[in-house]
Design a binder for this molecule. Structure first.
Ligand SMILES: *Cc1c(COP(=O)(O)O)cnc(C)c1O
Length: 382
């Protein structure tokens, strides 16, 4: 009997046959920056490519790897996470309906408001802390996409992907999952029933703070997916060859970076739970977290490096902590090798629904004891 077991994401990341250049034997892929591709004597294409905006060899390679990592049929890269998100929602027809969490990645929510107002698309936001709320938000036959985050940003409420898929499908809707904070080394949303997975590759997948990119992976290469590819082609949302190459280089160490961030974040969360200067520590890896059991089921390779703390007091106290750290850098973004801290309400602006005393932490790969000491000294000063 042959072993039919498909390689796990951790093995896929290291599989050299993805990266090996057959022309030279090089262990890293070449960069092909061409924007156009020649035709032969009968005007036939010489290779698989026509024009850089449509497809390019570098994107192709990265897309095959992303499809394999998430166990999907196909993947497409985009020039940013938001280019991927907006492309997907561009395929929603007027008169249809979208369901999404009340607290979620703010720019994606801003886009939903915009298309809802301009294109007559219904919008219902649900409370992710309430397990029955998603199903109640659905309008059977009218809801087109249910959009969820594996853990909602920045409150880290956990949404049960399998339950969401079941509810969405029963209403005739697709389930799209923003898995930016839960890359395929910990969560494979398609295997749990999702139809589409999205990652801001700017975050964990690249991990080094030097590429802005997004990726969509589909469970099926169906008519809807053809629409997504068409919109990307027509709007020019593709990723450039240099960025695709750099992204693949960062991607190779995803498992190591994510493991370290997960270990460290759990230790930090445990250390600061019950701290006299804090109201709460929000981290799905804590057993006291209301979504812990679901998170443990669907984040099988670690709970990741994202957590939030709510400081006793208000915005002033929270901001003082964010400017009082030395190792944690006060900056937005997440999933990089360096630890970041941000006052989320300030970053999101006047429309923010995030608590004024909340600080979002992205734990990097520094020494955990140093990170804990850094936060302790910043808290001691307020
Ligand atoms: C960053 C982020 C996005 C948007 O991605 P960009 O690469 O910044 O365009 C979407 N969702 C989540 C959860 C993110 O963290």
């Amino acid at each position: 009997m042959t072993d039919e077991r498909a390689p796990s994401p951790r093995s896929i990341l290291a599989q050299i046959d993805h990266y090996l250049d057959p022309a030279s034997g090089a262990l890293t892929p070449p960069i092909q920056p061409a924007t156009t591709f020649a035709r032969g004597a009968d005007h036939e294409l010489l290779g698989d490519y026509i024009y850089g905006r449509t497809r390019s060899p570098g994107d192709d390679l990265a897309e095959r790897i992303f499809a394999a990592l998430d166990g999907g049929a196909e993947a497409r890269l985009f020039g940013s996470g938001m280019a991927a998100v907006t492309t997907l929602f561009e395929t929603v027809d007027s008169g249809r309906h979208i369901v999404a969490p009340r607290v979620m990645y703010h720019a994606a929510q801003d886009w939903l408001h915009r298309i809802s107002e301009r294109r007559g698309i219904g919008l219902t936001f649900f409370d992710a802390a309430e397990p029955a709320a998603l199903a109640q938000a659905l309008r059977p036959g009218e809801t087109d996409i249910v959009w969820i985050e594996v853990a909602t940003n920045p409150n880290w409420e956990v949404i049960d992907i399998a339950a969401a898929a079941e509810a969405a499908h029963a209403a005739g809707a697709l389930l799209g999952v923003d898995a930016t904070v839960a890359p395929p080394v910990t969560t494979r949303a398609l295997a749990l029933g999702a139809d589409l997975v999205f990652h801001s590759a700017t975050k964990y997948l690249n991990g080094h703070g030097d590429v802005t990119a997004g990726v969509l992976v589909t469970a099926r290469a169906d008519a809807r997916w053809e629409e997504v590819k068409l919109v990307r082609n027509l709007t020019g949302g593709m990723l450039g060859p240099f960025e695709a190459w750099l992204l693949l280089r960062g991607l190779r160490t995803l498992a190591l970076r994510f493991d370290q961030a997960s270990r460290s974040a759990l230790e930090i969360a445990r250390h600061f739970e019950g701290h006299p200067k804090l109201e709460a520590v929000l981290y799905p890896g804590l057993e006291s977290h209301p979504g812990h059991a679901v998170a443990a089921r669907q984040m099988t390779g670690g709970f990741g490096g994202m957590l939030s703390i709510t400081v006793k007091g208000g915005a002033a106290e929270a901001r003082a902590v964010a400017t009082g750290t030395r190792l944690f850098i006060p900056a937005t973004s997440l999933g990089g090798v360096e630890s970041l801290i941000e006052h989320r309400a300030s970053v999101e602006g006047v429309h923010s629904v995030v608590a004024e005393n909340l600080l979002r932490l992205s734990v990097g790969i520094e020494d955990t004891a140093d990170l804990i000491a850094d936060l302790e000294q910043a808290l001691a000063r307020i």
